[in-house]
Each structure stands twice: as C-alpha cells, then as structure tokens.
Design a protein around this ligand. Structure first.
Ligand code: SF4
Length: 254
C-alpha cells in the first residue's frame, strides 16, 4: 500500500528529476585525459591571445560584431584606421554611419554591419554611459550582440571564464568527442563541465588556435598535434604526439 512515506519518496524523485540538468552526450575522455590535454595546450601557448585587434572593451566588441562571416585578418585591416578615428561609442556616433561604412567597406555585409554598430553605440551611450557592460545579461540586450559575442567580450576584455563556441570549437567538441553536442550551446555546456577551472580562462583561445592551425576542418594535421596520443577522433592519422614545445607568441597571428 502506498503510504505517506512512499509518497514522499515519489515526490522527492520528481523534484530531483526537475532539478537534474539537461542530459548531454557524455565526453569520451576521463577527467585525467582532459586535464592532460589542457596541460599540453598551456605548455604550447602559456599566454594565448585572440587575433582580433582592439584597444579597449568597446573596440573589441565592435571588432567581434564586424567579424561575423569575415576573417580576423580582414577585420583588422579595416579597423586599424577606424579605431584611430573612433575608439569610443561617442566618437563612433560623431563619425556617423556613412563614414563608418567607408572604413569597413572591405568587410562582407558592411552596410548592415555599419548600421548595427551605430545602433550598438546608441544603446551603449543611452543605457550604459558609453561603457561596455561586464555581464552577459546586459551584453545580450545590446543590438547585434548574441551569446557568442557576449562570451568573447566577457572572456577577452573582462577575464571571465566563458566559452564562446565558434566553428572551430564546435568541430573539435564533436570530432574528438570532447564535448559532443548538436548545438553550440550544448558544446559550450559540455566544455564548461569538463574543463578544469585552472585552464578555463584560456581554454577558448587554445581550442580556437588548435582548430585553426592543427585540427583543421577539411583535414586535421595530426602529425603536428601534441595530443595525438590522447585523441579519440575517428579521423586521426597518427598516435604519436608532436613534440611539446612553446610556440612563439607571434606565430600564426594575422
Ligand atoms: S590527433 Fe588529429 S584529429 Fe585528433 S586532435 Fe589532433 S589533429 Fe585533431
């Protein structure tokens, strides 16, 4: 007979299942393996940097907005002159949409991007005294700023341990089975769960650089890979890891 006790158990189980986080596909790596992967990335690049150029949180935010469907190198070419002319929302508004467009004409979708940047500057001046907010909640309210852009700004400009999942990180999460997921959000959540806290701050850059230069989209360059012995990707072509040495900071920048 179901007495009050079994009823309580049923209720407790129900509320526990309500609290239980969404089920994500499991990482194929043990905690020790994940730790070793990031230890090696840290040896390779002790102070990894993104490749977008910026001079303050505002210019970083603008550069990230401009970089959608464009290369970092292409964005840098345009923003070097732009940021000399306008490195605050107020100066960008004074410059105006037409002149801003002249600076960024070489970047894809420049007309729309110029409009977005002006709307972004208006919101920053109106709602934040011209400062870039340092919370995700406020950042995603800004025009043209999605979760990924907010994560980049929080990580790079404010040092917060976020994971902005771009095309490289999404591929690595799935190809290696490190944090499998159908959407960038699932991969983000999976990575946030498994990456040891001491490596979280730089993990975003390490994964992007690994994806851009070694574990490339079409054909991974496994002989150059320092985690080839740990990697469980079906596509890998060797089990022998590349020598673990520090990569000169400027190598690959551009
Ligand atoms: S071994 Fe190959 S597939 Fe695995 S992470 Fe390295 S480059 Fe990518």
């Amino acid at each position: 007979m179901a007495g009050p006790k079994s009823q309580n158990v049923a209720e407790a189980a129900k509320s526990a299942s309500r609290r239980r986080p969404r089920r994500l596909p499991r990482s194929r790596y043990t905690a020790a393996e994940v730790h070793e992967i990031f230890r090696r990335f840290a040896v390779q690049r002790p102070e990894p940097k993104g490749e977008l150029e910026y001079v303050n949180p505002f210019t970083l935010l603008v550069a990230v907005v401009l970089s959608a469907q464009a290369t970092d190198a292409g964005v840098n070419k345009a923003t070097r002159a732009l940021f000399k002319a306008a490195d605050t929302p107020q100066k960008m508004l004074a410059l105006g949409e037409a002149k801003l467009g002249d600076y960024i004409r070489t970047i894809g979708l420049w007309r729309n991007k110029a409009k977005n940047v002006i709307a972004l500057c208006e919101a920053l001046v109106r709602d934040h005294g011209g400062q870039v907010p340092d919370s995700r909640e406020e950042l995603v309210k800004l025009p043209g700023v999605g979760r990924k852009t907010a994560n980049v700004v929080l990580n790079v400009a404010f040092g917060q341990p976020t994971m902005a999942v771009d095309t490289h990180i999404f591929r690595i999460g799935n190809r290696l089975g490190l944090a499998p997921g159908k959407t960038p959000e699932e991969v983000e959540e999976g990575l946030l769960r498994i990456i040891p806290p001491e490596y979280m701050r730089h993990a975003h850059h390490w994964l992007i650089l690994h994806g851009r230069y070694v574990c490339k989209a079409r054909k991974p360059d496994c002989p150059l890979c320092v985690i080839a012995d740990i990697c469980k990707a079906a596509e890998k072509t060797t089990d022998i890891p590349a020598p673990l040495v520090e990569i000169a900071p400027l190598e690959g920048a551009g």
